[in-house]
Design a binder for this molecule. Structure first.
Ligand SMILES: Nc1nc2c(c(=O)[nH]1)N[C@H]1C(S)=C(S)[C@@H](COP(=O)(O)OP(=O)(O)OC[C@H]3O[C@@H](n4cnc5c(=O)[nH]c(N)nc54)[C@H](O)[C@@H]3O)O[C@H]1N2
Ligand SMILES: Nc1nc2c(c(=O)[nH]1)N[C@H]1C(S)=C(S)[C@@H](COP(=O)(O)OP(=O)(O)OC[C@H]3O[C@@H](n4cnc5c(=O)[nH]c(N)nc54)[C@H](O)[C@@H]3O)O[C@H]1N2
Ligand code: SF4
Ligand SMILES: [Mo]
Length: 775
């Protein structure tokens, strides 16, 4: 990709930059300091720098992309972005290196007699529209589905929703964010009645303690982690890593506390037990701003098709809650959580100290959990009991993973039950959508249909006959792909996949649509701190590669919905955003206008009277607070946040004699998810060429496994062979094996379990039982 840098000196400088980055990356995982990067940027006056958000994670760093002769040639951190202040991680710096990969999809491909035939895009879109129409005519609206992404831009997600729900009239729209932050959403809704965190990244500058609840931030949210390390160096802020596996985050922390998978539920309750026992409850806060509830227990695991669950919340009082906590004394919980009584008390004392500010962070450890909603509620309980919430440096902070998990998946609402404002079940919300979309309200169905896992189960059963997959790679990323790959190969379902590169999912497609990549189109993303960021197209896309939004619009028009999609090709991003903004008008969720987003490196919603709201629910900062009190949890009708009674319950599958190990899966700093982009970036691919299985050295010894030796991991669903890794990147606890899922040649998701949290429907990729043999 550096072809355009003909200047030899610049080339050498580039190489120096790469090695500086690599060196810094190995010293300090994933973290590169701006000064290192600046050295390598060509001092070429012709570079035209354009701003935007990073393509990769939910931190949402601001980037500046340097273009020369129509090509993107350099990336640096945006010094004006308050998120990263000029810093980026290894993925950030190298992001543009994948787009000129030789195997980039440049034309549409249509499968004919088992072979892919290059087809003009117009013809391919005709075919997609006719197949969609045919399926609807033969089997009804709910026989067509769309599966999108937290990496889709706001306009992409918005048009997908308008197309499926408003035009066709089916709720068969869900996205990969279901696999990612659905439990965060249901956690927020049950505790606060409104989605997304109350605080912002500036909390980092004020907190005395950071407690991470199973979140490997050094590798997954590297720039935020570097901001925490900076505060540690500057002010002595402390990082406590509470996790099931020793990672680079643990080794960079002040204290690492390990627990048995799933028992975070019990430890969180034990912390609340201690807070109450020691008189650390912030009584006036709790009396004024909190209520207490309990829900059903033994709620199941979603293992069977068409699993249904509805909770039955009941109000309780403080005394009943206190009584319930008796089962969670540190002494009792220490027995099965494997966290010592001393460490439980240590954690409780941090939260309980009224003079210390604490931020809790989490991501997939808590969300990919068969009790994901519960564990989110339980960590909120700790912050609510102590009143450490919605203030600079004090708060629970649920991090997102994907660049627009918040902006697109949650705010636009590309889920079966959601609308851009509110939910399909609510008549007023449907009326609002119908009005803005200019469609009859009866067209928007009032019942949710399939969430991600159920959607692919429905494909397997033959209940879905057409599926369009966009900006996600489910045949690598779904749990239990051993079931869903054969399902997608069935002739009963016509499969359309829009991607930038060939993947195991495009392998099963009937039509492959070539998508324009991030900087080849304009768009908007929303990051973890409710920051909306806008960028404009920076370079042309190759061949017939086209923005996803435009392909959706073209197909919708071909299906007879021209009137509903009157956008212009040149300005559709802006036209769509302006339409979408109407859904969120008002003090609780107002979105910044484009003129502001054009100038600034994003704005945080609620954007009210020309200002971002950094701390919601706190009357000092949030204009939507209206009860005359210092705090107002206005998401709930009574203005009070809910402290939930939620018990510890076991995982659906635990190690036993036949399958004696826990399997835990996740990620590494170098790769993005299924690796389709980062494995095409040479420096990242070389740094981490293939997946591996991490063991505790004692387990390796007793199994007679040497480092690098191939081993086979088998569950009740499938198996996967890969090299063993001992004492390398991370260190699982005894009895646990860890595998990253970025490698399409070593498909660990053939082994994982598709059980999910009954409330959020988010699968648990972190726990199932496996056996291990030498291969
Ligand atoms: N480099 C890189 N960065 C990324 C991504 C990427 O692919 N690559 N993806 C992004 C996305 S979409 C996401 S969702 C995030 C994920 O970010 P993380 O959630 O930080 O990463 P994972 O590797 O999925 O999960 C690792 C954590 O799961 C915890 N865990 C395992 N079992 C349990 C349990 O029972 N309870 C609790 N509480 N914790 C448990 C482990 O302790 C470990 O810290 O990363 C984002 N950032
Ligand atoms: N075992 C295991 N599995 C997991 C997880 C885990 O922790 N363990 N985590 C889950 C989580 S949290 C997540 S978020 C998912 C992520 O899983 P996926 O979403 O399936 O993974 P990605 O690799 O991000 O897939 C995005 C695809 O979009 C393509 N793409 C990039 N840009 C564009 C674009 O502009 N348009 C289009 N049309 N395509 C584009 C990329 O090439 C890539 O193939 O994985 C889930 N799966
Ligand atoms: S931390 Fe996330 S947003 Fe920032 S540069 Fe790295 S991948 Fe991009
Ligand atoms: Mo994710």
């Amino acid at each position: 990709m550096y072809d355009s840098l003909t200047n030899r000196r610049n080339f050498i400088k580039k190489m120096a930059m790469l090695s500086a980055i690599t060196a810094a990356a190995s010293m300090f995982p994933g973290i590169v300091f701006a000064s290192e990067q600046e050295k390598g940027i060509p001092d070429n006056a012709n570079l035209d720098w354009k701003k935007g958000p990073c393509r990769f994670c939910g931190v949402g760093c601001g980037i500046l992309v340097g273009t020369e002769n129509g090509k993107a040639v350099a990336v640096k951190g945006d010094p004006n972005s308050s998120v990263n202040k000029g810093l980026l991680c290894v993925k950030g710096y190298h992001q543009i290196m994948c787009i000129q990969s030789k195997d980039r999809l440049k034309t549409a491909l249509v499968k004919k007699n088992g072979n892919y035939v290059e087809t003009p895009l117009n013809e391919a879109l005709d075919l997609v529209a006719s197949k969609m129409k045919e399926s609807i005519a033969q089997n009804g609206k709910d026989s067509v589905a769309m599966y999108t992404s937290g990496q889709s831009t706001i306009p992409e997600g918005y048009i997908a929703s308008k197309f499926m729900k408003g035009a066709i009239g089916t709720n068969n729209l869900d996205c990969n964010a279901r696999l990612c932050m659905a439990s965060a959403v249901t956690g927020f809704l049950t505790s606060f009645g409104a989605d997304e965190p109350m605080g912002c990244y500036e909390d980092i500058d004020h907190a005395d303690y950071f407690v991470t609840w199973g979140n490997n931030m050094a590798e997954m949210h590297p720039v935020l982690f570097s901001r925490m390390l900076e505060q540690k160096a500057k002010r002595g802020a402390k990082i406590i890593d509470f996790a099931t596996r020793t990672t680079r985050s643990s080794t960079a922390s002040d204290k690492s506390i390990l627990f048995e998978p799933q028992t975070d539920l019990a430890v969180a309750n034990a912390i609340c037990y201690e807070i109450i026992q020691n008189g650390w409850v912030n009584k006036s806060f709790v009396e004024k701003h909190c209520s207490f509830s309990k829900g059903l227990t033994h709620i199941g695991y979603g293992l069977e098709d068409n699993f249904q669950f509805t909770d039955k919340p009941e109000k309780i009082d403080f005394e009943a809650y206190k009584e319930f906590l008796k089962d969670y004394s540190p002494e009792k919980v220490a027995k099965y959580s494997k966290v010592s009584v001393k460490d439980i008390k240590y954690l409780a004392a941090i939260y309980g100290d009224p003079n210390k500010k604490v931020v809790s962070y989490w991501c997939m450890g808590m969300n990919q959990h068969t009790r994901g909603t519960w564990i989110n509620n339980l960590v909120y309980n700790i912050h609510l009991l102590t009143g450490k919430i919605s203030q600079p440096g004090n708060g629970p902070f649920s991090l997102t993973g994907q660049p627009s998990a918040c902006g697109t998946a949650r705010e636009v609402g590309t889920f079966t039950h959601k609308l851009p404002h509110g939910v399909v079940m609510n008549k007023k919300d449907r009326e609002m959508a119908a009005k803005i979309w200019k469609v009859p309200v009866e067209r928007i169905p009032s019942k949710p249909t399939y969430h991600a896992t159920e959607m692919f189960r429905a494909v397997d059963r033959g209940d879905i006959n057409f599926i369009w997959v966009q900006a996600t790679n489910p045949l690598v990323s779904l749990p239990k792909t051993s079931r869903y790959r054969p399902a997608m190969e069935k002739k009963s379902c016509f499969v359309v996949v829009s991607d930038v590169f060939p993947t195991p999912t495009t392998d099963v497609a009937d039509v492959i649509l070539p998508a324009a990549w991030h900087i080849e189109k304009g768009g908007l993303y929303g990051n973890s701190e409710r920051r909306t960021q806008y960028w404009q197209k920076m370079v042309e896309s190759p061949g017939e590669a086209t923005p996803d939004t435009w392909m959706f619009i073209e197909v919708a028009r071909r299906m007879g919905f021209e009137d509903l999609f009157p956008y212009s090709k040149e300005n559709h991003v802006e036209e769509i955003y302006n339409e979408y903004r109407q859904f969120h008008e008002g003090a609780k969720h107002g979105m910044a206008p484009l003129e502001v987003l054009e100038k600034e490196s994003g704005a945080i919603w609620p954007y009210v009277n020309g200002k971002s709201t950094q701390w919601r629910y706190n009357a000092k900062y949030d204009p939507a607070c209206s009860n005359g009190e210092d705090f107002h949890f206005y998401g709930k009708p009574d203005g009070k946040a809910v402290i939930w009674q939620r018990p510890f319950e076991d995982a659906p599958e635990k190690p036993d004699q036949e399958y004696p190990f826990w399997l835990n899966t996740g990620r590494v700093v170098e790769h993005w998810h299924t690796g389709s982009m980062t494995r095409r970036i040479p420096v990242l691919h070389q740094a981490m060429p293939n997946a591996y299985a991490e063991f505790h050295p004692d387990d390796a010894k007793s199994l007679g496994i040497r480092n690098g030796e191939n081993i086979k991991i088998t569950s009740r669903r499938g198996s996967c062979t890969l090299p063993a890794s001992i004492n390398e990147r991370g260190l699982p606890t005894k009895g646990q094996v860890f595998v990253p899922f970025f490698d399409e040649n070593m498909l660990i998701n053939d082994v994982t379990l598709d059980s999910f949290c009954p409330i959020s429907k988010e699968p648990d990729y972190k726990k199932c039982a496996v056996k291990v043999e030498r291969a």
